[in-house]
Design a protein around this ligand. Structure first.
Ligand code: MD3
Ligand code: FE
Length: 200
């Protein structure tokens, strides 16, 4: 495993071996059986290219009414619990005494991307965000705590874990593109990113 720090973002390359990735993949497959991926729409009505779902007490949703955390899936059911294998990752890397309240699931089919943004819908920015990447490689762009300025990019691969804490918690970040076909983990291809957060 290699650990690197870029602008305060700590990246553990190869944190999960293949068996660990398969365990998380299968657990998320179960979550998605009861909380299917949906197509989020921005408050201005633009479809996002990433499909989403969540596990935990809260899921992050966006629609014409705005961005927010909700205790239920858009179809009305409570979100499934965060799988133990992911809670263990949180305990190993977050350095946070509180457990995660949300595991956001982002699914990238070929061509999907996520523009530069800050994560600031949570109440306590002293808690980090922990990200687990599965499937295809993704080009992750790391900016600054204010809009604009130079950015740095790094490829995230299946099994990599990234921790955004301290000053990095409010950094602008995004996914420019994925490399279709770069991983055999997901039977249908594509990429899944899991981000665990404390919401309240
Ligand atoms: C840096 N997800 O869900 S994960 C997101 O790969 C999000 O799906 C991307 O940005 C993805 O909000 C990037 C890495 C990540 C997640 C949260 C962060 C980086 C972050 C929060 C603060 C700073
Ligand atoms: Fe984000």
């Amino acid at each position: 495993m290699t650990r690197l720090t870029i602008r305060g973002v700590v990246i553990y390359q190869g944190f999960l071996d293949r068996a660990g990735q398969e365990t998380v993949r299968d657990a998320i497959g179960d979550v998605l059986q009861s909380a299917p991926l949906f197509e989020p729409v921005t408050p201005r009505g633009k479809k996002m290219s990433v499909r989403m779902s969540a596990a935990g007490q809260y899921g992050w949703v966006t629609d014409r009414k705005g961005y927010r955390y909700e205790p239920q899936h858009p179809q009305g059911q409570a979100w499934p619990a965060i799988p133990n294998c992911l809670q263990e990752v949180w305990e190993q890397v977050s350095g946070c005494a509180r457990p995660p309240e949300c595991c956001l699931i982002n699914h990238y089919a070929a061509g999907a991307r996520m523009g530069l943004h800050q994560d600031r819908d949570e109440a306590d920015f002293t808690c980090p965000v922990v990200s687990v990447s599965l499937g295809d490689d993704a080009l992750f762009r790391i900016g600054n705590t204010t809009r604009g300025g130079p950015t740095q990019s790094v490829w995230l691969s299946s099994g990599d874990v990234a921790v955004m804490g301290g000053d990095a918690r409010l950094i602008y970040h995004g996914i420019d593109r994925t490399r279709a076909g770069s991983s055999t983990l997901l039977p249908q291809g594509g990429r899944i990113n899991l981000t665990m957060r404390v919401v309240t």
